[in-house]
Write a protein that binds this ligand. Structure first.
Ligand code: ATP
Length: 574
């Protein structure tokens, strides 16, 4: 396929009026590709040349890309860098500045060149990257160049979610959108969209045969929430509850030689935990995949410290001083793979037994504390003990529940303390629009339109307008800087809204929000018609808490969870 056809498809996708149309456009383009190019196109669609977990980055800042553009144009570097900064979008500037020509690059050539740019490292790589990029841009049409420059600078944001890509792949290669669950399963086990595309091309049997692999992150299983202990007992019956530790969730892979650590968003964060890996290396010698909560402990007392402490390890170069100041302990709660055997389809009880047999003690490693509870009283007692031990509460686990990769279901239910006059849990919402401020807020955003994620429909449904909880710095600097790149003229096709904000955004930024109550509302689309005909759900007295950069938009609170929270809000017993 020519790169131009790909570029044209993406422009159409950006302008699509509905998600279904996006799916159809993508499926048509994928079907037209030679089979070996489909996986490349899937990667490029996400603005990458390898799955996210491989951490292959272009390492080209906007200024460097502008210098490459100057080289391609044969113009003065300083002048082009300044012009790009003024325009605020390197793609748009390239489209205007480059001479009209047909280009005619092939998709494979562009992919190979981009990959070479990403993989070039070490001394002199900056200059080599710039020259290679300049050659590519010089051979491209203005439209092609615009897309290439957006990709390398990390500014390609189509708002095409993974679910949309999977649906397009199902339609293109299995002939039917309803075959999506097959692809979803493969994706949940491997987290690699391009790999799933390759399998889909081979057919349904290849997709069914997918197994988890050491080194490829498994999309994490997530917990649902319920109002309180009675509801949990009612839903799960007698079950195992575990302390809920307040750290960073890590999935650790070991193939007998090498370790990989993946975050909740499946980023490769191996470099953040050298001490934890050293501990594992001392006590485990066979391949495994485990999940644990990594918690910073007090260097003197050994007590657990709150989550925020983990953030101190999120630096490029962890020094011995930092490791000493923020020592880590891993509370292991899952064993997904043990010496060549995948365990995720086994019931929790069996996985846990296996984990307990497998586990070897170490001062940096502990098993999550668990207890079998049969009555509400026992559950409440265990909850109180967990708080006393410095935990956030409990995660209640169904004894016969398998590990459902990539799903949030009732096989795990979290039990946290509610605060009087507030919803017991905060919500993670996606910003989809904003109103401009007046008075003291003139020139900044006054309030933001926030949405929950409807995972069945793969769309974002609004449920609140947030105006409070922001500092002046948030309003004047942080929000414009963070939201600026996602601004768009019209509503994004995956956003469903009855509100008309002054500006729209691609659904990208996730924020944590607290509120007092969930009410019925004719003005919001969240779970519209689910609780009552003609009404959606809305938050009362919403307040911004913090940015959730660790969550992708598809990991925001789902509309189904909001409905649960709506029903449960009056029955909070604690
Ligand atoms: P979520 O991960 O459910 O989207 P979140 O990141 O806000 O939401 P919580 O809702 O507070 O986290 O709770 C779920 C998280 O609790 C898990 O992702 C995991 O990181 C953490 N956790 C701590 N202890 C355990 C445990 N024993 N079993 C499972 N998860 C645990």
């Amino acid at each position: 396929m020519t790169f131009l056809r790909f570029v044209t498809t993406l422009r159409e996708v950006e302008r699509a009026s509905s998600r279904l149309e996006m799916v159809r456009l993508l499926a048509d383009a994928l079907r037209d590709l030679p089979p070996d190019e489909a996986p490349l196109a899937v990667n490029l669609l996400k603005g990458q040349v390898a799955p996210e977990f491989e951490g292959v980055e272009f390492g080209v800042a906007e200024k460097e890309a502008a210098k490459a553009l100057a080289l391609a144009l044969g113009r003065d570097e300083v002048e082009v860098v300044r012009a790009v900064r003024e325009k605020g979008d390197i793609g748009a500037y390239a489209r205007e500045a480059l001479p009209q020509r047909t280009g005619g690059l092939s998709l494979r050539h562009v992919y190979d060149e981009l990959r070479a740019i990403a993989e070039d490292a070490g001394p002199g790589s900056q200059a080599r990257k710039r020259e290679r990029l300049a050659r590519l841009v010089a051979a491209a049409s203005p439209e092609e160049a615009a897309l290439i420059l957006r990709i390398v600078t990390g500014r390609l944001r189509l708002g095409v979610g993974d679910a949309t890509v999977l649906e397009a792949l199902a339609l293109a290669f299995l002939g039917d959108r309803s075959k999506k669950p097959l692809l979803e399963r493969a994706y949940n086990l491997t987290s690699d969209l391009a790999y799933v595309a390759r399998l889909a091309l081979e057919g349904e049997d290849a997709l069914r045969a997918v197994k988890l692999e050491v080194g490829k992150p498994v999309r994490m299983m997530l917990a649902e929430r319920l109002a309180g202990p009675e509801q949990i007992m009612e839903k799960l019956g007698s079950h195992y509850a575990e302390h809920k530790y307040d750290g960073e969730r890590v999935q650790i892979h070991y193939d007998g030689e090498r370790f990989w650590v993946y975050s909740r968003r499946l980023e490769n964060i191996t470099h953040q935990y050298p001490d934890l890996l050293e501990a594992l290396r001392e006590v485990q010698h066979e391949p495994f995949i485990l999940e644990a909560e990594a918690v910073v402990t007090d260097p003197l007392t050994g007590e657990m410290r709150p989550f925020q402490n983990v953030l101190n390890r999120k630096v490029k170069h962890l020094t011995p001083e930092l490791l000493e100041k923020y020592p880590i302990k891993g509370f292991v709660f899952e064993l997904l793979y043990d010496r060549g055997e995948a365990l995720i389809e086994r019931p929790y009880r069996e996985r846990r037994e296996r984990l307990e047999r497998w586990f070897r003690p170490h001062e940096r490693l502990e098993l999550s504390v668990k207890r079998y509870v049969e009555t509400t009283e026992e559950l409440v007692r265990f909850f109180d003990e967990s708080i006393e031990a410095g935990c956030e509460g409990l995660v209640c686990k169904k004894p016969d529940g398998e590990y459902e990769a990539g799903k949030r279901g009732f096989k795990w239910v979290k039990y946290k303390r509610g605060i009087a006059g507030k919803l017991s849990d905060t919500l993670d919402l996606v910003i989809v629009g904003a109103w401009l401020g007046r008075g003291r807020r003139a020139g900044a955003y006054g309030s933001l339109l926030a949405a929950a994620y409807n995972s069945d429909e793969d769309r974002f449904e609004t449920l609140t307008k947030i105006g409070s909880g922001f500092s002046d710095a948030d309003l004047n600097e942080v929000l414009p800087r963070r939201l600026g790149p996602y601004r768009r003229q019209e509503r994004h096709p995956r956003v469903w809204s009855l509100q008309e904000p002054d500006v729209w955004f691609d659904p990208v930024l996730v924020v944590e929000v607290e509120a007092q109550e969930i009410t019925l509302s004719p003005g919001h689309t969240c779970a519209f018609g689910v609780v009552q005909q003609g009404r959606g759900l809305a938050l009362r007295f919403p307040r911004f808490v913090r940015y959730r950069d660790d969550k992708s938009p598809e990991e925001a609170t789902t509309t189904r969870e909001v409905v649960e929270m709506y029903h449960n809000q009056w029955s909070q017993s604690r």
